[in-house]
Design a protein around this ligand. Structure first.
Ligand SMILES: Cc1cc2nc3c(=O)[nH]c(=O)nc-3n(C[C@H](O)[C@H](O)[C@H](O)COP(=O)(O)OP(=O)(O)OC[C@H]3O[C@@H](n4cnc5c(N)ncnc54)[C@H](O)[C@@H]3O)c2cc1C
Ligand code: SF4
Length: 327
């Protein structure tokens, strides 16, 4: 049995207090639902430091509201709440669907939107006990100097495994980040980086407090799809989202994002030539996008599901997602 190391738990009562604590404790980590942080602490993946429990911030950070046309989601909304919220299910059905496909019911009731977007990357060589990793000589992500996925690799390619991220990326969402220096709004497209050791731009003393989805994205045709070994309680072997706007069969906007590949969710590039064009049938558009995604996406052995098979199934998933979005 893996046990939790002795931890200091600090309990701020406001965002302001929380970021001050983060700033004054260099190894501190925010604890939201704890559904990822706690297992990782048990695995010994982090240097010991206090955890900053965010539960006392629920009144400040747990809301879904429309403001100036945008939809604003507080970071402490639980995934269960997002999956059922009438505004989210009506305006952002793909987000509600993604939230409903995270883990299992108990974890969704504890797990939060902020925790999901800041989820640590995953790899079969890191999400293991300290004993197991020690036997292998550790790896770049923690305590070692090699990567077991990409031989000679200089950068960790552990997989971004958060299910809400691809959806929010296709919807042009931004995140509000607060530190003792003030608040900044960052497009989610700039939030993730390609380093699996730490795959976000979040500074050590910053807290993600809000997700904003712009008015233009609300009501877009959208869909989320996830490949996983078991239909319950499994991280994605692949996940993807599509969002588009079409009028009289002509595409006005189009975005596709595929994740669970490497550290950064991949927004499929080079789709602009399809805009202003009739797309024909949902199947034809799905097949075309599937071909482009297949060319750009190369799953790795960071997940315990055959990467070649994942690559070959990807166009099928893309087509199904497009058909679902246009249904
Ligand atoms: C068995 C199991 C299955 C799972 N399956 C899935 C799955 O299918 N899909 C999926 O996406 N996830 C899955 N998860 C992971 C997890 O449950 C979810 O991602 C959940 O949304 C994490 O949210 P949390 O509030 O519990 O985060 P926490 O565990 O509290 O935090 C996660 C990380 O984010 C940081 N953090 C949390 N909140 C903030 C904030 N507001 N600002 C800055 N940093 C913050 C923490 O410091 C930590 O590094 C699974 C977990 C388990 C145990
Ligand atoms: S991708 Fe490489 S460096 Fe990163 S966790 Fe896996 S084995 Fe370690």
């Amino acid at each position: 049995m893996m046990t939790l190391p002795a931890l200091e738990v600090l309990r701020p009562a406001s965002v302001e207090e929380a970021v001050k604590l983060l700033a004054s404790h260099p190894h501190a980590r925010p604890l939201a639902g704890g559904t990822d942080l706690v297992p990782n602490l048990k695995y010994g993946m982090y240097d010991a430091g206090p955890v900053i429990a965010l539960r006392g911030l629920s009144r400040e950070l747990r809301y879904v509201r429309e403001e100036q046309g945008d939809l604003r989601l507080g970071a402490l909304c639980t995934l269960d709440q997002l999956a059922k919220d009438p505004l989210v299910t009506a305006r952002l059905p793909a987000l509600a669907d993604a939230a409903a496909h995270v883990a299992g019911p108990q974890l969704r009731r504890m797990g939060t939107l902020g925790g999901n977007l800041c989820l640590d990357t995953r790899c079969v060589y890191i999400n293991q006990s300290h004993f197991w990793r020690n036997a292998l000589g550790f790896c770049l992500k923690k305590d070692g100097s090699v990567c077991h996925v990409v031989a000679q690799g200089k950068r960790c390619v552990a997989a971004a495994s958060n299910d809400t991220a691809p959806v929010l990326l296709t919807l042009d969402a931004s995140v509000r980040l607060v530190s003792p220096r003030g608040a900044r709004l960052l497009p989610l497209a700039d939030f993730y980086v390609t380093d699996g050791v730490k795959n976000t731009q979040l500074a050590p003393d910053e807290l993600l407090t809000e997700v904003r989805v712009p008015q233009r994205a609300l009501g877009m045709r959208q869909a989320f799809l996830k490949l996983r070994t078991r239909a319950a309680v499994d991280f994605p072997a692949l996940n993807l989202a599509v969002a588009l706007r079409a009028r009289e069969g002509v595409l006005e906007s189009l975005s596709l994002c595929v994740s669970a590949l490497a550290a950064k969710p991949h927004v499929v590039k080079g789709l602009d030539d399809l805009l202003g064009q009739p797309y024909g049938t949902a199947r034809a558009l799905g097949d075309e996008l599937g071909k482009r995604a297949h060319k750009q996406c190369r799953p790795l052995t960071n997940i315990n599901v055959d990467p070649e098979w994942r690559r070959e199934i990807l166009p099928v998933l893309v087509r199904r997602a497009v058909e679902r979005a246009l249904a």
